[in-house]
Design a protein around this ligand. Structure first.
Ligand SMILES: [Zn+2]
Length: 694
């Protein structure tokens, strides 16, 4: 329902389905086991028979890739991220399991009961589809398309998914001190609009598999085969029309494309078939006169659809949104069928995750700042925060030095860039003030009900921001999360406790190893403030042009260099079933820019840190110079295996490049790399023309 504008270092959710409705259901007896310790710098991961100047990714990660097959419950496996996710999840599970059995505080009682309700598959089976029946009954009563706004208001105020579009309160792109209502496209179930509209054999096979999947789901819920087939066809028709009217992910990356302030009266004129005031009243948001309609063309098309589609098709569409949006929360038969299509067919994942893993993830996603309070006490020493603050300060200094010495930027723009850097805020570990979840009713025997209560809480929490000043201290990730993000509207960088541990950050490792891993991630987040998107926001986080025209031109030429380079990287070869899939250099431009700058800035900070200790970058440890260790440590963060299906899907939806190309794309453009490994111009890792932005 709400869209937060944050830029994580790695994609958060595997598909639209997972983003809509987090985990749940197969009765699964797999027992949790403690994951192994994770090495921060692993010589055994390398393939030293490979030539680092020909394929540095193979050199740094080759043995790891051969020795670490993708676990059957994953569709990709990233050496650092996935392993730490599993470790954090196990530690969190211990906490949840103990709280479910013997809570020691009201907080523990709440999240322990939530976790227990998710684990209680017997009760989930007994209830069948009863938890979604009230929503389906309301849909059955729908008298005409004109009653849809009231119906959506009713469904959302009870925490039910319903498709159609995204609505919520967001920071005003042009005035980051204000929070305004925002309306954006949505309503489709497949991971991207391309799945509906690209005309080739690969996608048309997926569309027919999607039809089969919908038929099976409707039949499981009790519809006759005829009904199920009719409903599935209606859903695909409506979702396809919505997909056609949607703006591409790449176009949505440009803030100007998604900023259109409308009065509510003008919105009514845009979509006379949809009564907005009825809807706004129904969902319980306060009064407002203007809002951002991010994608007006979508709503214009929706208006036409509301007039042309028959009532029965809308009922089918809504029934599907309710069923699909909660498929993972229903009995095993629904969960399994949903898994078979969305995770196995589309993502290449072989089997679902164990129940305890799903319930742990879901409890964190639902009550993260309750669970996180206890988690950080156990797993985040105050010393980690101090060290991290020092690291961030050293990276800030080197980014400042970098800006001052940039060969292509004029002095006026440099000054503005330095001001923006000086205004950067940082959040490390966990929030100063925790969210108060005490109003969320949690019942140990009502899993879907609990999810509904959480959804309503989240929605009201978001709506309460309307017209209020921005809360700069709020976090958009929970403490155990293994990720980091930059927010252009807040101009802040954020590092949850979950990522501040080996192999990212290791007290015992040498400087080069830490700067290569967590240092390059900090540099990455900082560079987001100056990527093709972030550079359009000023020091206060508002859209504003602080660039001279000459610098604009230079910047565009440099980012195009990167976009061209990455568009040439192939993630899946052509086969009899599907054409070759390359990366989209413009979809991934912001992330690639951040990788490109992050690696350079962290390296400069490492040089400073070594100098301060009287050490040289050429000193050797275990046979590798500090410079070489830096680049190997950076690469080993991104060692990765992924299924081909996952690679194809992510190339369409993920603004991040896969590990291999993050590593190769970054080192190719940095002369310190070729120097460290003695590579020559013209070798695969040293292009004749390198791309450099920051
Ligand atoms: Zn990023």
């Amino acid at each position: 329902m709400r869209s937060f504008r944050i830029i994580p270092v790695l994609a958060l959710a595997a598909s639209a389905a997972i983003a809509q409705a987090p985990a749940s259901s197969p009765p699964d007896n797999a027992q949790p086991t403690a994951p192994p310790a994770i090495k921060s710098f692993d010589l055994s991961a390398m393939d030293t028979t490979a030539d680092p100047c020909t394929d540095f990714y193979e050199y740094a990660c080759g043995n790891w890739m051969r020795n670490n097959a993708i676990p059957s419950d994953q569709s990709r496996w990233v050496r650092s991220f996935s392993e730490v996710v599993e470790r954090n999840r196990y530690l969190l599970w211990q906490e949840l399991d103990a709280a479910a059995k013997d809570p020691k505080s009201p907080l523990q009682k709440q999240y322990g009961d939530f976790y227990a309700s998710c684990m209680d598959t017997a009760t989930i089976e007994t209830k069948g589809i009863a938890p979604i029946q009230p929503a389906w009954a309301a849909i059955a009563q729908l008298k005409g398309a004109s009653a849809i706004p009231a119906l959506l208001g009713d469904l959302e105020s009870h925490g039910s998914p319903d498709g159609f579009f995204e609505f919520g309160v967001s920071v005003d792109l042009k005035d980051s001190s204000k929070q305004i209502a925002e309306l954006s496209q949505g309503g489709i179930s497949l991971p991207d609009r391309d799945y509906y509209i690209v005309d080739n054999a690969h996608f048309s096979t997926i569309r027919s598999q999607y039809i089969d999947h919908m038929k099976k789901m409707f039949a499981l819920a009790g519809d006759t085969p005829d009904q199920a087939a009719k409903e599935a066809a209606a859903v695909l028709e409506i979702e396809t029309a919505m997909a056609k009217a949607s703006m591409s992910r790449t176009d949505r990356r440009q803030p100007a494309n998604v900023y259109h302030i409308f009065t509510v009266a003008d919105l009514d004129k845009l979509t006379p078939a949809y009564e907005w005031n009825t809807y706004f009243h129904g969902i319980g948001i306060g009064h407002f006169d203007t809002l951002n309609v991010a994608t007006p063309d979508f709503f214009k098309a929706l208006n036409g659809l509301l007039q042309s589609e028959p009532l029965d098709s809308w009922k089918s569409y809504l029934r599907w949104q309710v069923l699909h949006g909660q498929a993972e929360d229903l009995p095993k038969a629904f969960f399994d069928e949903n898994f078979a299509f969305f995770d196995k067919t589309l993502g290449g994942q072989q089997e679902p995750q164990a129940r305890w893993k799903q319930c742990t993830r879901l409890t964190d996603a639902s009550l993260g700042e309750a669970v996180g309070q206890d988690w950080v006490k156990q797993n985040f020493p105050p010393a980690a925060k101090d060290s991290m603050e020092k690291l961030v300060a050293s990276l800030e200094k080197s980014l400042g030095d970098d800006i001052r010495t940039l060969p292509w930027m004029t002095d006026d723009t440099k000054k503005a860039a330095e001001q923006k850097l000086a205004m950067f805020r940082q959040k490390i570990g966990y929030p100063d003030k925790w969210k108060d979840y005490s109003s969320i009713k949690v019942d140990r025997t009502d899993f879907v009900g609990n999810l509904h209560h959480v959804s309503v809480f989240d929605q009201n929490y978001n709506f309460a921001k309307l017209g209020k000043p921005v809360d700069e201290k709020e976090w958009r990730m929970t403490p155990p999360t293994v990720n980091a993000y930059y927010s252009p509207n807040f101009n802040d960088i954020n590092f949850p406790a979950g990522i501040l541990q080996p192999p990212f950050f290791d007290f015992k490792a040498d400087l080069a190893v830490n700067y290569g891993a967590i240092g390059s991630i900090i540099g990455h987040e900082m560079t987001h403030g100056f990527d093709d998107q972030g550079s359009q926001f000023d020091a206060k986080g508002s859209l504003g042009d602080w660039w001279t025209p000459a610098d604009h031109k230079e910047f565009a030429a440099r980012t195009e260099c990167l976009a061209d380079e990455y568009s040439g990287f192939q993630v899946a070869p052509a086969s009899s079933e599907a054409p070759a899939q390359n990366l989209n250099g413009h979809l991934t431009l912001g992330e690639n820019t951040a990788d490109n700058g992050g690696l350079r800035i962290a390296y400069a900070a490492l040089l400073d840190a070594l100098a301060a200790q009287g050490q040289s970058i050429d000193e050797k440890i275990d046979g590798y110079t500090e410079a070489q260790r830096y680049f190997i440590s950076f690469a080993q963060v991104w060692c990765q295996n992924q299924t081909e299906a996952n690679a194809r899907q992510y190339a369409l939806i993920d603004p991040h490049s896969p590990g291999k190309w993050r590593v190769i794309g970054s080192v190719r453009n940095f002369d310190a790399f070729s120097k460290a490994f003695g590579c020559q111009k013209g070798q695969p890792m040293v292009p004749v023309k390198a791309c450099r932005i920051w």
